[in-house]
Design a protein around this ligand. Structure first.
Ligand SMILES: [Zn+2]
Length: 332
């Protein structure tokens, strides 16, 4: 309809058409915001959100009682995971320096202001490049991280600035030691699986943690390599998990058959960037998980990935595809 034709319509008809236009615009914005944070219609609670045409921001921040969510936030080539229960919030890694906007926007969207436990798996920038910015902005309860000796203490600016903030704000630091148990709210438990010993290599020295909620468990492996995997197996720790954050972005130097069989996951999550320089994930590693029956989920192709559990069943939701998430891709 041309503008002149619109003007020639009777005023009541113009008002009705204008109102319909506004409703359509609100619907488009609502769906765009949904896509930006990443929810597929596989999630029943989110499916209903799509039907609420007039709501500008879906109320996904309302977590159901006796439910835990684990989000794998797409930060390109890097790791970032969020554990969320009704009474606790844990952030594990956060990606490179320039991914702060992605993580910040995601946390804002969920209405998160306090991070009860901030975990740094290890001091490589693809895991903690923007962590000092997170620590600057959010209220941090405590930080869990590997203990670095004089010989292997990281020298990066990101690490130094994080340590400065931790010191100046007197944020308690928990040293990642095998066997340490932490509560995640009233119903969740977090066990430190590794490091089981000192390593010269930062990857092998990653903090590996297992989150358990009821009968459901998630294993977050940082960037451990074959050596640390073997040490974990030798330690006798229970590493069985329904969901594994695959070690080292699916590198061929990790995920030995023995380790993967011991975990025996139902879902394997690969945190990798699109067309990354490292060739992650390695095709053989993807096939290894697929061949034991695990469903493969990847941040490079699925975008943000979310799991929800009542402690018995697991539901998944994914953002699906790069093109649907412009707001998360142009982060500051
Ligand atoms: Zn990494």
């Amino acid at each position: 309809m041309k503008l002149s034709a619109f003007k020639n319509l009777p005023p009541p008809v113009r008002k009705i058409l204008a109102a319909l236009g506004i409703l359509l615009a609100v619907f488009v914005i609502s769906v765009s915001i949904n896509d930006a944070v990443g929810f597929s219609s596989r999630f029943p609670t989110w499916r209903s959100i799509y039907s609420l045409l007039s709501r500008e921001v879906p109320q996904v921040s309302e977590l159901a009682e006796n439910t835990a969510e684990v989000h794998f936030i797409d930060v390109g080539q890097g790791d970032c995971a969020l554990i969320r229960t009704t009474d606790c919030c844990v952030l594990i890694d956060c990606g490179e320096y320039d991914k702060f906007g992605n993580v910040d926007r995601y946390l804002n969207y969920l209405g998160i202001k306090n991070i009860d436990l901030l975990i740094m798996s290890h001091a490589h920038s693809d895991h903690m490049g923007c962590m000092y910015r997170i620590a600057e902005k959010y209220n941090i309860g405590s930080v869990l991280m590997p203990e670095y000796s004089e010989d292997n203490i990281p020298l990066s600016g990101s690490y130094t600035r994080l340590m400065d903030i931790i010191t100046s704000r007197k944020i308690p630091v928990i040293c990642a030691e095998k066997g340490k148990m932490l509560n995640v709210g009233e119903n969740g438990r977090l066990e430190v699986i590794a490091p089981v010993k000192d390593y010269d290599d930062l990857n092998n020295g990653s903090a590996v943690v297992r989150f358990t909620y009821g009968n459901v468990s998630f294993l977050f492996c940082g960037d451990i390599e074959k050596d640390a995997e073997q040490d974990i197996l030798d330690s006798g720790a229970d590493i069985s998990a329904d969901v594994i954050k695959v070690p080292h972005h699916g590198s061929g130097s990790s995920s030995t058959k023995k380790f993967v069989n011991a975990v025996s996951p139902q879902y394997a999550v690969f945190c990798t960037g699109v067309n990354n320089d490292f060739g992650h994930p390695h095709a053989n590693i993807v096939n290894l998980y697929r061949n034991i029956g695990a469903e493969i989920l990847r941040t490079d192709t699925d975008g943000n990935i979310v799991f929800s559990t009542d402690g018995e069943k697991i539901q998944t939701g994914t953002q699906k595809g790069q093109g649907s998430a412009p707001a998360l891709k142009d982060a500051a």
